[in-house]
Design a protein around this ligand. Structure first.
Ligand SMILES: [Zn+2]
Length: 675
């Protein structure tokens, strides 16, 4: 049932009543306090060493983040006549929305003023458009979207509307672009942008599920139709920054409207099995954000369960789940769309903020050092749409979309990948209630203000190639606060030194060790996370349809709700710290190799990465392992053998593995097993 204007007004009247008697400041404080970690303004964590070099390659004129022509010619700045072709007419807004978000952030992180100025022109144009529309509309001025916006409602899972008018795509694109607006506002304090966000979110509404679906579990298809709900993410951050009680009341109601089917089902541990990957990331983390707004623990648990589910059932050794473009289980030839690398990292940042648990930082780090490095070419000028753990010469999978080119179509991945670097670097150090936390051990310089005092420190580190890092303070005046240090989940025996003396501290249950003291120039904390190579065994699994056959992506117009997994071939891979390792392949024969389990003698060669190092240079760390030559008639697709091989010492050879992030296209990451 569609609500008429009258129905909408009634809903609005309810939505504008705050559920608690908040004053704006109290609301802001309450939400801030629920965030276990809060981001520092972008630019307060600056990369150094090899990471700075990576940022420079990305923002160079031919780098994937530095192409000014995309900024000059973007639809948010100069609205163009677009054809409203239902499910795709809004694409340019989505794609260039990702770009605006990524570019704004990387410009701030790198201190790139040229990029900052170019981005600002778009925000100026949007502020101007918004100020001329009393209802805050700033999407574009054709295609009939304006009328939809004026009606002020996101129809949730209305399939007809999604495919006929693409109205969900309008909201989805607004959500994507609004993240850039927030980044720009947080960095500049430009009040006009806060006004844009205010008008936007005071007019956003989503009625949730159709009556006829009530009580049923939410399906991946339904989530796909309800992508506009992603507006709740930037809306919540806007509310935290503004204390806007009207928007707060509205957000609380939209969360309630969408509880049915989603919340109960996720709490029972059964999130939707097959779902479009980006949709899954954008929507299932929202209840963790809803917890930050409302304090409802069941909201948080729902998102925690959704992410436990995807980690267990869909996540690949390179650190990101399959998304081809739908979640596809775990498999050596299954693809991961580059958009999902960016979105999986972003979603886990929200879970980190909401739970305070270091395990989400472990996940982000693993994604960054593996999948993120292969989403782009080593020179940051080309990218893939899909990456897979194994690519065997003569048996390549994912076709053209696994090749490195300047821009794949649709353009989503080329634009979305711009968010990866700044979101990782920008969250390297975060604020806690009363101090700071080192989230990622990256070569960097950090500036922050704690309790009114300026604090500065830098991190010298060989992580993730070696386990040692040194945090050295640079502020002249002492500032007293607790410094939290993340201890990665894989490290059981971390060592700490303060000013050269051994410290006997341990990680708490969230994975953080704490040192509280006055910090001043010259104070140094040394951390060491000893890295042992480890062999991880697993079994591939696939999603099947009603007939038990492996399910593939279907046309966007058809239902895609298929339940259940079947097990595939056994596999094993090698990891050390957050890095996953692969065998570079030159010929098909190179792939006829099984990993010997257990490995008795892995030889580690590890050295610091020199300044200016890139992932395409000589790897700083390599592992020599035992592989067994096997007879494997490699088919197409090159599915792993279904059996485990019997160990045959006569056929064992020593081979060198390199970090997954350092490989070219041809590699073997998930090996058959020899025991
Ligand atoms: Zn994409």
């Amino acid at each position: 049932m569609r609500l008429g204007i009258l129905g909408f007004l009634m809903v609005s009247a309810v939505a504008t009543l705050p559920t608690k008697a908040f004053s704006g400041d109290d609301l802001r404080k309450e939400i801030d306090a629920r965030n276990k970690f809060l981001p520092l303004p972008l630019g307060k964590v600056r990369p150094e060493g090899w990471l700075k070099k990576e940022g420079e390659l990305a923002t160079a004129p031919r780098g994937l983040c530095g192409d000014m022509s995309i900024l000059e010619d973007n639809v948010w700045r100069k609205p163009k006549k677009i054809k409203r072709r239902g499910a795709t007419g809004w694409w340019p807004y989505e794609q260039q929305g990702y770009f605006m978000d990524g570019i704004t952030r990387i410009a701030l992180v790198m201190g790139d003023e040229k990029l900052m100025d170019a981005a600002k022109k778009t925000y100026d144009a949007v502020a101007e458009r918004s100020s001329k529309n009393p209802n805050g509309y700033f999407f574009c001025d054709d295609g009939g979207y304006k009328k939809d916006w004026a009606e002020g409602k996101d129809e949730g899972n209305d399939r007809q509307r999604w495919f006929k008018t693409g109205v969900e795509g309008m909201y989805w694109s607004m959500a994507v672009f609004s993240r850039g607006l927030l980044a720009e506002y947080m960095a500049t304090g430009d009040k006009r942008l806060l006004e844009v966000l205010k008008q936007e979110f005071r007019h956003y509404y989503n009625k949730g599920r159709d009556e006829k679906l009530r009580g049923k579990p939410v399906t991946g298809y339904e989530l796909y139709l309800n992508r506009g709900m992603a507006m709740l993410g930037p809306m919540a951050e806007y509310i935290r920054l503004s204390g806007d009680e009207v928007a707060y009341g509205r957000a609380v109601e939209i969360f309630k409207n969408n509880e049915d089917g989603m919340l109960k089902n996720y709490l029972a541990g059964h999130p939707t099995t097959i779902c479009h990957g980006v949709t899954y990331n954008e929507l299932t983390k929202l209840y963790a954000i809803g917890y930050l707004l409302t304090g409802r623990k069941d909201y948080l648990q729902a998102s925690v369960n959704a992410y436990d589910f995807v980690e267990k059932n869909h996540t690949q050794p390179h650190g990101v789940h399959t998304a081809q473009e739908f979640l596809k289980g775990i498999g050596s030839t299954k693809g991961t769309e580059t958009c999902d690398v960016a979105d999986y990292m972003w979603s886990n940042l929200w879970l980190l903020r909401a739970t305070g648990k270091g395990k989400y930082a472990d996940i982000i780090e693993r994604a960054f050092y593996n999948a993120a490095q292969r989403a782009v070419s080593h020179d940051y000028r080309t990218h893939v749409y899909f990456q897979t753990p194994n690519q065997i010469p003569g048996h390549e999978v994912c076709g053209k979309q696994a090749k490195y080119i300047k821009c794949h179509r649709p353009i989503c991945c080329a634009r979305n990948l711009t968010r990866i670097l700044p979101n990782f670097i920008g969250h390297g150090c975060m604020k806690t209630a009363d101090g700071l936390a080192v989230i990622f051990y990256i070569p960097s310089k950090i500036a922050a203000n704690v309790g009114g005092k300026d604090v500065a420190f830098h991190i010298d580190t060989n992580y993730p190639f070696l386990g040692d890092s040194k945090i050295v303070f640079d502020n002249a005046d002492a500032a007293e606060f607790p410094l939290k240090l993340r201890v990665p989940g894989w490290c059981s025996n971390p060592a700490f030194k303060l000013n050269g003396k051994k410290l006997d501290i341990k990680a708490d249950s969230d994975g953080f060790a704490v040192i509280a003291r006055p910090w001043k120039k010259g104070d140094a904390v040394e951390v060491d996370f000893p890295m042992e190579p480890r062999v991880v065994e697993g079994v591939e699994q696939y999603i099947v349809d009603e007939k038990g056959k492996e399910a593939h992506m279907r046309g966007h117009g058809k239902p895609i709700d298929i339940q259940g997994f079947v097990k595939g071939a056994p596999f094993a891979y090698v990891a050390r710290g957050p890095l996953t390792f692969s065998l570079p392949l030159k010929t098909e024969d190179d792939a006829k190799a099984a990993l010997v389990v257990p490995q008795k003698n892995i030889k580690v060669s590890a050295a610091p990465a020199p300044d200016g190092w890139t992932w395409g240079d000589k790897p700083p760390v390599t592992l020599e392992v035992d592989l067994q030559k096997i007879d494997w008639p490699i088919g197409d697709p090159p599915k792993l053998p279904a059996k485990t091989f019997k160990l045959d010492p006569a056929r064992v050879v020593r081979k060198t593995l390199i970090p997954y992030g350092c490989t070219d296209i041809h590699r073997m990451t998930m090996f058959p097993v020899a025991k």
